[in-house]
Design a protein around this ligand. Structure first.
Ligand code: THU
Length: 161
């Protein structure tokens, strides 16, 4: 037996003001998108904004459904839209903001596992790391230099062929 260890590092900014201007702008777009979330069941609203290498900004938010599993997270709504509209474009970075009408969300809230899996597909496809910034409703903003950093021991196409 041998031990296989992978380390993940994130960087935490105190608040939006500490971010580089262009990143803060992208996060503002995520926050705007969050305000349009359709989350009547969880009351947990998430917004995501993607910057593409063609300078387009794509946003998305969570879309819930009375049949709960039929809903979709903000990150996947946004990245699938980007993939469907601009299949050749690379994703430079993604900003995510979450808030709840029920509980406090003032610490960075990372994307769920299913979204990380969806996001890493595009990172591998484009062979270029996607920066991921995530926050709650206010306060600190966390940065990961890549998606795979958030998803060590990733499942990817190398398992299939
Ligand atoms: N949600 C997201 O939009 N992104 C995540 O990464 C985690 C969860 C949504 C799904 C559901 O609408 C609500 O938040 C509560 O789980």
């Amino acid at each position: 037996m041998k031990k296989v260890k992978k380390e993940s590092t994130i960087y935490v900014f105190d608040d939006l003001q500490e971010l580089p201007k262009d990143v803060a702008y992208l996060m503002e777009k995520a926050i705007e998108a969050r305000s349009r979330a359709y989350a009547p069941y969880s009351n947990f609203e998430v917004g995501a904004a993607l910057l593409l290498d063609n300078d387009e900004i794509i946003t998305g938010n969570n879309q819930e459904n009375a049949s709960y599993p039929s809903g979709l997270c903000a990150e996947r709504t946004a990245i699938y839209y980007a993939g469907s509209q601009y299949p050749e474009a690379k994703v430079i970075r993604m900003a995510i903001s979450a808030s709840s009408k029920i509980t406090s969300t003032e610490t960075p809230i990372p994307p769920c596992g299913a979204c990380r899996q969806a996001m890493v597909e595009y990172e591998i496809k484009q062979t270029h790391a996607i920066e991921v910034y995530f926050m709650g409703s206010k306060g600190a903003v966390a940065k990961s230099n890549s998606v795979v950093n958030l998803l060590p021991f990733v499942f990817d196409k190398t398992a299939l062929f």
